[in-house]
Design a protein around this ligand. Structure first.
Ligand SMILES: [Zn+2]
Length: 298
């Protein structure tokens, strides 16, 4: 199974290109859209109802950022993928795509773009976003300066450094006797349910965060918390850390404004689930498969 946004094995991060204007693979964004060459629409419908039609393949442009007619707003070196240099750039809003190319949302390119390129695109969009948001010092307002030896911007007046920020978020799938607890937030597509999730607060362990989030969102208490997997999630800069746990007490009481509905679902009668791009789906699939296997044993 494909795991989205995991850094490729043969990727070597770097901040400074070995020489100016080196040719390479281009991750060019306009807002949150990536510039790609697209194949014809795929005949296979997506399992994500928000995705209308997916291209059958997509390729990144290669060459130099300076070859674009429009001057980029920012141009960052990403390092090497194998022997190939990688560059991220942002072009201004409304820049038209060059002939034969298109602007495409990153999510729709999962399993359409090469997996390694897709993963680096997730990294690239976060660096672009960070660079855009840290042009000025957050403490004194002075314009910041990009550092050559590391991915940071430093204030020349007060020396405050800004690094790309990652926000850890915990995901929890709660089990109870042949059932799993799934909820839906108001922004989900109609009918879709998923595992619960929330951001880690300063001073919390991941386990404390999980117990608090589950208690706040649905009013139940949990124990036997076991780590599952993690996944970088660049919308906008999360690291999702997924766990499975067991219900220990309480009845479901959805948190107003956060959780539209939450229910215990029989593991053989699940509702519509998130797309396979997400760790939520991997978590639910793995836990439910294990529970089904145990249920079938004599
Ligand atoms: Zn400053």
């Amino acid at each position: 199974m494909r795991i989205a946004f995991h850094s490729p094995e043969n990727y070597v991060p770097a901040v400074q290109a070995p020489e100016a204007h080196v040719d390479g693979l281009l991750f060019v964004f306009r807002g949150d859209q990536l510039l790609v060459e697209l194949g014809p629409p795929s005949a296979t419908p997506s399992d994500d109802p928000r995705v209308q039609s997916r291209p059958s393949w997509a390729r990144l442009p290669a060459g130099r950022v300076s070859a674009f007619e429009t001057q980029p707003l920012r141009d960052l070196y990403l390092g090497r993928l194998g022997e190939v240099h990688c560059h991220a750039a942002e072009l201004p809003a409304h820049t038209p795509a060059p002939p034969g190319m298109a602007w495409q949302g990153l999510r729709t390119l999962f399993s359409v773009l090469d997996d390694a390129h897709f993963a680096l695109a997730g990294r690239a969009i976060q660096f672009i976003d960070w660079d855009r948001n840290h042009q000025f010092c957050g403490r004194c307002g002075t314009p910041t300066v990009a550092q050559a030896n590391e991915r940071s911007r430093v204030c020349p007046a007060c020396r405050l450094s800004a690094y790309p920020r990652i926000s850890p978020a915990v995901m929890a799938l709660v089990r109870r006797e042949g059932q799993v607890l799934l909820g839906r937030s108001p922004h989900f597509p109609p009918g879709m349910f998923s595992a619960l999730a929330g951001f880690v607060e300063p001073g919390e362990t991941l386990e404390q965060c999980l117990a608090r989030e589950v208690q706040e969102e649905v009013g139940v208490s949990v124990g036997n918390i076991q780590y599952f997997e993690s996944q970088p999630w660049p919308f906008p800069n999360s690291l999702m850390i997924a766990f499975v746990c067991d219900w220990t007490g309480g009845e479901i009481r959805p948190q107003e404004g956060e959780i539209e509905d939450a229910q215990w679902f029989d593991i053989f009668q699940l509702p519509q689930l998130p797309s396979k791009i997400s760790i939520a789906r991997r978590l639910i699939d793995a836990v439910v498969a294990q529970m089904r296997g145990a249920a079938h044993r004599p």
